[in-house]
Design a protein around this ligand. Sequence first.
Ligand code: 6A9
Length: 782
Amino acid sequence: MNPTEAGLLLGADHAANESLLWGTYRPNLYFGTRPRVDKSLMTSLMWFDATQFQGFQRKLRVHACDQGDKINGYGYNKHDGRNYAKQTINDGPSNIAITTEFIKIPGGQHGGDWGVRVRGKPMDDDVETITSVMFSLALEGEGSMDIVSKLSPEGLVSPVRLEGDTPELGDFEIHIVDGPSNEHPQGLDQDLSLTQWWGRELPEGVAWREKEIVMENLLMSARQKVSQGDQHDAFERPYAYFTLLNTLTEENEEVSNFYTFQKVFSGEFQFDVLFRSQSSPNKITGDSLETELAQREKTFDARFQEKFRLHEKGFSDEHVGFAQYLLSNMLGGIGYFHGSSVVDRSHHPLEDEENFSDVPIKAELTEPRSLFTATPSRPFFPRGFYWDEGFHELLIGKWDNDLSLDIIKNWVSLIDENGWVAREQILGEEARSKVPTEFQTQFPHYANPPTLYLAIKRYLDRLTEYRQENPINQHTFMATFDNPVLLQSLHLESPEMSKAWLRAVYPKLRLNWQWFRTTQSADLSRFNRKAESKEAYRWRGRTPNHTLTSGLDDYPRGEPPNVGELHVDLLSWMSFATRLLKDISSQLGPEFSTDVQEYSLIEKEMLQNLELLHWNEENQAFCDQTVENGEPIHVCHKGYISIFPVILGLLEPDSPKVKAIFDLIEDENELWSPYGLRSLSASDKFYNTGEDYWRGPIWININYLTLQSLYNNYMRVPGPYQGQAERIYNSLRHNIISAVFKDYQKTGYVWEQYSDKTGEGKRSHPFTGWTSLVLLIMAEEY
Ligand code: 6A9
């Protein structure tokens, strides 16, 4: 990289960090903010229904997203990934619909200001509703933070004010401001029209447990108050008892790094939390928050319309609302994670696994790492997954190119010196708390499909498109650094920037590809197999009935697992990855031409072997191989893996094998269902058996791959099966959109997978990772 390019990259990273410093980067919580700093200020919202004494325990759980809270639908209805977000949480059990509306105002040297307006509205007006709402602020790492409002045991007068500073955030103020017409029930010795508060000095690393910490205080407080007075009253008016102990006074001031502010409301309510950076030129106020919220909603709607043009495709306003929900939750699912993970490095990276045990031998905590990533599901999997992320970036990249490049670069930086990146990124204790121990350990010889390359290819496609539409004046782009709107397309606009970005990520990508080729290769010489070259692959890390590394967990394979297996999905991924690297490296400049040639050659070898090793004439499908009684044989379980060579566009449009795969797809006794393609053929003996995870249910990521391939490779390219491709495309697209939309209207959620029998959502929800690709399917953006 020459100095100019390096300078440009740094400049862009600095600029990106400014506009992406703060965000709703704690997606595991209903609402929480943090900056992209390893240890800094973290905020979060929690609440409970304060009308019932017994209900308290369950109700305070409303903090981290949890299916057990029985919320009747929640999620972002609008989120632009940078400056604006609006979420609704329909908490039926507490009879309150809560909205969180968030904006950022960029400017200054520390990521600008932000504000959130929290509102509550009883869902049923006839039911008495008292809601206790808390907002916590926790400071980790260096810095300090103090309440500067006048302290009194009855409570704090609005606006509550805090001041603080940290190395990364500089000096800041936080204001917590009451809305104009809140009503409050009667307290005991505290005045519930004022804000209750509690502060404490926490040791490093425990702030993420804010819910338990606050709950403990509330229980203690309630116990103390009950013991002093009338038990009956406590049952009648629990809201007056479960209030924070305002222990600090001006005389007795302690240093705290953790504060919680509590407000007890009757009926409807509203309050704002405003974060003001000392260095910001335009300080946020309640009034500017109000005006900006209205303005930004309009801007969001207009930009959404411009990007996806759904009305023009015949979709209704309801569909557009649904589509905005999909995009917004993908963006609202973006988080910043930091901490160590558990890795077992005792296995040799080339381990051949003769005895197939993945029992951790020497699981160790790694050095802490950070990751900025989208997540598959806020309540269930609020962390990064390698192959999920490639899918996420297809949507994010379409909406905000540079945000997506930032995330991809983050992932690429996690690829280690051997080319390995862990499939699941469980960074830090908070992330680990969600994963049973036996699932925490990552192994450096385990893979996961390399989908990130696809996201990068889509970036190249956008570049090409952009250059065709906008001939570039190479010398004017520097000016865009000062312009936050243009900033969002810097890497698109500037050839230097895009080349520098590609050159920065390329070496690690190549290393990752080389890691795949060495660690996941299969040994063809051991068994008598006809092949043109040595290009054949096998997923490491198999256990009986599972191939978690493939991403298709319980999809049936050869049993028992053995070193003679060849996996058709992996060779397909490898062919695809090699082709994409060829495309990427050919953009880098003439010095990379030997790489380009190498990819070209290997791609050819892979494609030849794909047909030689994996095509099964009798079944007219692509199949795995295994070894039985010393002989290699095909294991055919028709389903997603049989169609990989077509859905990754590896077969020529006039290949008769394409026709065979199309027939398999269209057959109702095999993959076709009225709601999308099922993962395993209805006529396979394992269909709907065992855990039934990838043995029948419909997954949107694979359906998306199918649609994009039909559209890009088979339907608009002349060939004998063009008509069939178009027919499949149209009905599959229609089926997927109708099923997911209908279920969203019914349940308020989108789901991890869908039933091939009823079209109903199944398992984790909301699951707004790759299921959100339905938006790209609606918009036909492939
Ligand atoms: C393990 C919970 C008994 C499974 O979306 C993330 C991944 C996908 O990458 C993968 O293809 N999901 C799919 O098969 C969710 C994985 C969650 C792992 C959690 C611990 C076990 O509880």
